[in-house]
Design a protein around this ligand. Structure first.
Ligand code: NPG
Length: 375
């Protein structure tokens, strides 16, 4: 296909409640959606949508939203416009000269992939080889001001039917919260914690006390680059260590597994440069007997739909952060919100990612449009 036009729709969506992690509090989601127009070999024009997951500030990874848009405008889009043939399978290869900026690359690959699958009348789940029609839906719970708030908020999600709870933790907001959740909801609750790199190896004896609570896993306790230290921590505690920030490619997944730094891997397509690399992370982990699950980055319905399809691959044996749209948004950007029912989310079956953008809402949430075309 020939890439004809890219439109970056910058949007701002209010969150239903503030979301606090060890790196800050978010009350609004700012991002941009990419609308790509491509011409097929038969001269048909097809449109696809992608979503960028970078945060406003470089606090989760080095990438940030404004930088991501700039890199697309200045370097990535011109490469794709100059290419004779652009397909989802070649976007990553075409862009390989530009170092990093995985979230920008992922958003572009998504838009091409959606367009290509729509042209073929094929769903993303079918393209990937998904083996499930629904995926278990977990919810990520932000750091709360008090232990009582933590228990109350989690109780609310359990009433809604979520299949597993992930609680954000940080020094000063960890053990008492975890203990209270176990006390309130019992030992059978599928329960895990996420530190977003807030600890150091010197905290190992403190972290080891989490072993008393039968957690599914502890996610990214140490820094992004601390692969060896994660491996050492894993020998000091029983709770399985799961990596998120540290896994930026299939190669880093293979390294983490070989080092004993990851007993479980959180796969986020934006963090590894796209859904095709995400599938490779899945494949290498599965081949090495390591469980994976699909993370979330407060995606709109577009990214949520794509994540549900990815999580339907056979190696995704743990519930992902794939909650309903209403976990974060009163109104989503897609015509149909993603719904959690009975603890699961349905894997979309329509062409492409299987969701359509609601243009009226897009207009309301949009702050600006960036038009990019071949020069
Ligand atoms: O359900 O989309 C969701 C949010 C899941 O907690 C979640 N994401 O560290 O995994 C994370 C965290 C995150 C959100 C990280 C936004 C970076 C940005």
């Amino acid at each position: 296909m020939k890439l004809r036009q890219l439109r970056l729709h910058h949007i701002e969506m209010p969150l239903v409640a503030p979301f606090t992690t060890s790196f800050g509090t978010q009350t609004v989601k700012r991002t941009f959606l990419i609308e790509a127009r491509l011409e097929t070999a038969s001269g048909e024009l097809v449109t696809g949508w992608g979503e960028n997951v970078a945060l406003d500030d470089p606090v989760y990874s080095s990438e940030h939203l404004a930088g991501s848009a700039l890199v697309i405008e200045r370097w990535l889009a011109p490469i794709l416009f100059a290419a004779e043939d652009v397909t989802a399978e070649t976007v990553g290869h075409l862009l390989r000269r530009i170092i990093g900026h995985s979230m920008a690359k992922s958003a572009l690959e998504m838009a091409v992939l959606d367009a290509q699958l729509r042209a073929d009348g094929r769903s993303f789940a079918s393209y990937l080889g998904a083996v499930a029609t629904t995926v278990p839906s977990g919810v990520s719970v932000g750091i709360q001001p008090s232990v009582d708030d933590t228990v109350r908020v989690i109780g609310g999600y359990l009433e809604q039917g979520y299949a597993r709870i992930k609680l954000k933790i940080q020094p000063g907001s960890d053990l008492p919260h975890v203990a209270a959740v176990r006390r309130a909801f019992g030992d059978d609750l599928p329960f895990q914690v996420d530190a977003n790199a807030a600890y150091s190896l010197a905290d190992s004896s403190h972290l080891r006390r989490l072993d008393d609570y039968g957690l599914l896993l502890i996610e990214q306790p140490l820094g992004e680059a601390d692969m060896r230290q994660h491996a050492e921590l894993a020998t000091l505690m029983r709770t399985p260590v799961c990596l998120d920030e540290s896994i930026v490619s299939a190669e880093s997944a293979a390294d983490a597994i070989a080092l004993g730094a990851a007993a479980v891997i959180n796969i986020k397509p934006g963090r590894v440069g796209g859904y095709l690399e995400a599938r490779r992370v899945h494949d290498v982990s599965r081949a090495l007997g390591i469980a994976v699950w699909c993370g979330g980055m407060l995606e709109t319905g577009i990214g949520r739909a794509a994540n549900a399809a990815l999580a339907a691959l056979p190696g995704f044996t743990l519930p992902g952060d794939i909650s309903g749209s209403d976990r974060f948004y009163a109104e989503d950007i897609t015509t149909e919100p993603i719904r959690m029912h009975d603890g699961v989310v349905d894997v979309p079956t329509g062409p492409g990612f299987g969701v359509d953008v609601d243009h009226e809402r897009l207009g309301r949430f949009r702050t600006r449009v960036q038009e990019l075309a071949a020069r």
